[in-house]
Ligand binder design. Sequence first.
Ligand code: AHR
Length: 505
Amino acid sequence: MAKKISNAKVVVDKDYVISEIDKRIYGSFIEHLGRAVYGGIYEPGHPTADENGFRKDVLELVKELQVPIVRYPGGNMVSAYNWEDGVGPRGNRPRRLELAWRVIETNEMGTNEFMDWSKLADTEVMMAVNLGTRGIDAARNFIEYCNHPSGTYWSDLRREHGYEDPHCIKTWCLGNEMDGPWQVGHKTADEYGRLAAETAKALRLVDPNIELVSCGSSNSDMPAFPEWEATTLSHTYEHVDYISLHQYYGNHENDTANYLAKSLDMDEFIKTVISTCDYVKAKKRSKKKIHLSFDEWNVWFHSNEQDKQIDPWIVAPPQLEDIYTFEDALLVGSMLNTMLKHSDRVKIACMAQLVNVIAPIMTENGGDVWKQTIFYPYYYSSVYGRGVALNPIVTSPKYDSKDFTDVPYLDISVVYNEEKEELVIFAVNRHLENQLHVDVDIRSFEGFEVVEHVVLENEDAKAKNTLGREQVQPHSNGQSYKEAGKVIGILPKFSWNMIRLQKNN
Ligand code: AHR
């Protein structure tokens, strides 16, 4: 049967610049939750474990992803966490009831070990403080412990614990999802705004070089969104640098066309948060611009039911272990595109999470590692999506779905890396039936030729990867080519693509 074809057009120009991309847009997240830490990044006794107990097989994959920043230690968990429990001699560390996920936290891993791990993973750390059960005092002691060089109680305690040099952690989150009634120490917008502003002031007095993230809404469906942002920022505006966004999607209704359109919701969410920040800016007659930290995003729904069966108060149970499908990888690709399209305001983003817990990397306790379907769009975007985001002018056929109208079949972002003389197109063809022929006018990129067209495609929307059986893997046999100064991108039906061009010297 002949292939069904749809056509789209794109104009790309060096001058249509959105922004320099902050590499931290490819960040991720490790929470003390499920097997992210214990059995994920840390498993003493594992055949690949180093002298610290860090799994080298996991580290290899994290390094492959080139993750620039990792948020830690939570998440919901941070809202009842005593950072002091996780430092000092391991033998003295308390086992605690961890209330967010109702497990036992052994505190074998803590701040210093995570900083060690981050060095090996070649990544920066984004540290969260507890503004649920605790407040200014614990937070200021914590930053003194981490960032002050020496000569004070907390900094000398760090040195006593074997860390002579300060960790110099630059990015700090002022709590987590404080608008959520599920959060231990949940607060009203005014309560949180005041506490966050005062904590921010104290943290900056200890270390003026830090950057701070104020909690935005837990997702765009929260009843108080975006009033939460407006009210909290009315307190924190001059004291913070970023406001956080969190969003997870799922395909509960098994409606693939509608599911793939959910990145439009993400786009709307980002635009609303930008407008709200700018509204507060105008109200305050401020000169300062608040940026966005999309520090939790992903697909999360597959494991919802199985998690209800897990007994409480055990150590590192397999919580939130979504096994991702092929269609999830396409939505993840579009979510990454959405972030790139807003890279003028979204400066940090964290795929939540990194290992075992709603993650691109999975492990077996004592066994092997494997890559989920979502690993691939994340990998290619992180490795090749560095430089400047360009604004492609797109003409695409569209469709309507249950919740969305005018959904372009073509979802595209474009990155220009001047240093490498490389132009990279990330594109999702949302059409479930038709191949998409995309005519890309690259008028200002004379001499650029297609060097690679990577495709992630599969006949089965629900195809999954499991240990030893990776059904969803990219190939480099994409059919794009150059013709009369244009790139003709041939995007297979229902696929994620990366078309990479380089200057022919
Ligand atoms: O990433 C899993 C959880 O999702 C985080 O702990 C919380 O911040 C969010 O609700």
